[in-house]
Design a protein around this ligand. Structure first.
Ligand code: TRP
Ligand code: SF4
Length: 525
């Protein structure tokens, strides 16, 4: 790993664009899909939002991508089921979307690469053009959108996306996505949009529609069949992920939990019930009231213990026995009846739930999903996500599509790309002597980032060498930038040649890039 230390110094904030009203309720850290996206302390995202560190899942990923190995992909939500599916050759999917607001640049290439990597490892792959979002939330006309959409798709194909195996679409022309968005919208409330995105009375209805459309994009790979699905995105998209996971769960027919008696208990109470059961279980079984006595005598009092004791006493002589429980969320009567029929072994039926005594949780989840799908439900697996770091702008600060010198567009003339790298700020010292003495600050250097994120490609040794030579004082910025600039020129030349080669491939695809749509773009509210 050549780069995994988050910036220690700055204070944490995903800054919003100044006066923007989209991050109301933001305290220290805000994640705003329509604000400007910079993160100065990635660790805060773990604490504040429950994003998990990618490092901890890395060992479960077969032949991880260099962006994973180098900590560029720094976080995830629930990626393990996807990693497992890739390892075991089971069904999985990958999907991401692009707002066609400008040229695709080297930051977008990270996401293109992530999609393609998953596709090459057997996942069903999807790339979409978020044209409804660009029109309603960013104010682009349909003509502008058509032009940019074409450029994103060409770059994605040029980098290796296989359109025969995968699918590319525009939000506006995918009827299934629109139908799914409508369906999901029944389970999303305006009050949530206010809480999550800071929407208010000024927010346009089309902007809201673009949000349910994104929920539908995220779940679209599961329409044919539920499967683990990963959405590679920047952390600014995490609010969408949380909402998509919630909405997906709300669509389910059944919720599977573990229980010990007829009453409901939360996770902390269940731990106490489990402890009592483990301590008392013998051939005669355990009664609830005896478990209450045991908890009273053996466990230190706290809210969960006391609540468990109350529930156990109320249940009296009822046996305490571990079981899995299927709670009825949205099941049709037929699905409920079919589930009780399908549960193997001893079971008990209640009004709103079914208890099964001879199944484990994983088997219960599978069965619940199967019955749901057989009875007209979607059976969604909660979608997973992986998050990459934002690249630093070449001029320092954030990389921004609206500041040409700060980023390198995939369409930049190769010589311009060369020049931009040569002009970039560095983590170097004021003088060559000082650099030899103290070493450069590779961790603060946008040029080093170019090596790690792109120019070194899969070659870890090369990336490490640049890093070590820099911090060891053997590498000076002039030569280092010359080398990077040269590599950038080669990359752009090659990429653009490939783009020209895949023109025909794009033309053959069933995707309309000359839309006849009319209309007035939204003003971003
Ligand atoms: N909102 C995303 C962006 O701003 C684009 C997008 C639309 C998307 N649908 C998606 C991203 C589904 C990931 C998955 O770039
Ligand atoms: Fe950056 Fe290279 Fe200078 Fe190190 S030597 S600070 S990596 S430009």
């Amino acid at each position: 790993m050549t780069r995994d230390t988050p910036d220690e110094t700055e204070d944490a904030a995903l800054e919003t664009d100044g006066g923007s009203d989209t991050a109301s309720g933001a305290d220290d850290v805000a994640l705003d899909p329509w604000g400007s996206s910079t993160v100065s302390d990635y660790r805060k995202l773990f604490e504040e939002f429950g994003i998990e560190a990618f490092d901890e899942a890395l060992g479960e990923v077969p032949e991880p991508h260099y962006l994973m190995r180098r900590g560029v992909i720094f976080g995830h939500r629930d990626y393990r089921p996807v990693a497992r599916a890739l390892r075991e050759g089971e069904d999985a999917a990958v999907l991401s979307g692009f707002m066609p607001t400008g040229d695709p640049h080297i930051g977008h290439k990270l996401v293109f690469d992530e999609i393609i990597w998953h596709q090459q490892r057997g996942a069903d792959a999807y790339g979409l053009i978020a044209d409804l979002e660009a029109h309603s939330a960013r104010g682009l006309s349909w003509d502008e959108i058509d032009d940019h959409a074409r450029d994103y798709l060409l770059s994605l194909l040029a980098l290796g996306f296989d359109p025969e195996e995968g699918e590319l679409y525009r939000q506006s022309t995918n009827r299934e996505v629109q139908d799914l968005a409508f369906e999901l919208g029944s389970n999303a409330r305006f009050a949530e949009f206010e809480g999550i995105y800071g929407f208010d009375g000024e927010t346009s209805v089309s902007h809201m529609q673009s949000v349910v459309t994104q929920m539908a994009d995220i779940l679209y790979p599961q329409l044919e069949e539920p499967k683990p699905t990963v959405i590679p995105v920047g952390p600014d998209q995490d609010p969408h992920m949380r909402l998509a996971r919630d909405v997906a769960a709300r669509m389910r027919y059944f919720k599977v939990t573990e229980a010990y008696a007829s009453f409901e208990a939360d996770a902390a109470e269940r731990d106490h019930l489990a402890a009592a059961y483990a301590a008392l279980d013998d051939a005669d079984g355990v009664r609830c009231e005896d478990a209450a006595d045991w908890l009273d005598a053996e466990m230190a009092p706290d809210a969960a213990r006391d609540a468990a004791i109350d529930k156990l006493r109320a249940a009296g002589k009822e046996p305490l026995r571990p079981r899995v429980r299927f709670l009825d969320r949205n099941a049709t009567d037929a699905a409920f009846d079919a589930l009780i029929e399908a549960v193997p072994g001893e079971k008990r039926r209640y009004d709103e739930h079914i208890d099964a005594f001879e199944m484990d949780r994983a088997a219960a989840e599978d069965l619940a999903r199967e019955v749901e799908v057989d009875h007209g439900g979607f059976g969604f697996v909660p979608p997973s996500s992986i998050y990459h770091r934002f690249m630093t702008g070449l001029t320092g600060g954030k990389m921004s599509s609206s500041v040409p010198a700060s980023h390198i567009s995939l369409l930049d003339d190769p010589q311009d790309g060369y020049d931009k790298v040569k002009a970039a700020t560095t983590g170097g010292r004021e003088t060559a002597d000082k650099q030899r003495e103290l070493g450069g600050e590779a961790d603060e250097c946008p040029v080093y980032e170019l090596y790690a994120y792109l120019l070194a490609g899969d070659d870890d040794e090369f990336a490490t060498e640049v890093y070590e030579e820099c911090v060891g004082g053997e590498r000076l910025c002039g030569g280092c930038k010359e080398q990077a600039a040269e590599l950038m020129r080669e990359f752009l030349e090659e990429h653009q040649a490939k783009r020209a080669e895949v023109e025909d491939l794009l033309a053959d695809l069933d995707i309309d890039l000359e839309s006849e749509r009319r209309g007035v773009p939204g003003d971003g509210h």
